[in-house]
Design a protein around this ligand. Structure first.
Ligand code: FES
Length: 116
């Protein structure tokens, strides 16, 4: 079954139990930006800075090659990717980790409500 160019998938951020929609063909960080939170780090959007590390827990994604400087082979085997290099192919669940987690989730694992 082919999908239309307007296909959207539901992305669940497990850390915060928050959901957002992401168009097929748009990377997960672009979709996350639609949440309108200024706390979401805006890095290079090209896999170069490593700020947008996530782990895909459930669902299908398509990914482009990521720098080993930021994602090791072991991490990639565990579903850890850079959100700007991953495109949804189904509804998915992710965990934010690393620098992006520090920006979005406080030490009590609650979402940082920081709307720009
Ligand atoms: S925004 Fe720079 S690696 Fe994703």
């Amino acid at each position: 079954m082919s999908t239309s160019p307007l296909t959207q998938y539901c992305i669940t951020i497990i850390n915060t139990n928050e959901e957002y929609l992401c168009f097929e063909g748009k990377h997960l960080l672009q979709g996350m930006k639609n949440l309108g939170k200024c706390s979401i780090p805006s890095g290079c959007h090209g896999g170069g800075c490593g700020v947008c590390k996530i782990q895909v827990i459930k669902g299908e994604v398509e990914k482009v090659t990521m720098s080993r400087k930021h994602i090791s082979q072991k991490e990639e085997r565990n579903g850890t990717y850079l959100a700007c290099c991953v495109f949804p192919k189904s509804d998915i669940s992710i965990k934010v980790i690393g620098k992006i987690k520090r920006k979005l989730v406080n030490k009590n694992n609650n979402f940082v409500f920081n709307y720009g």
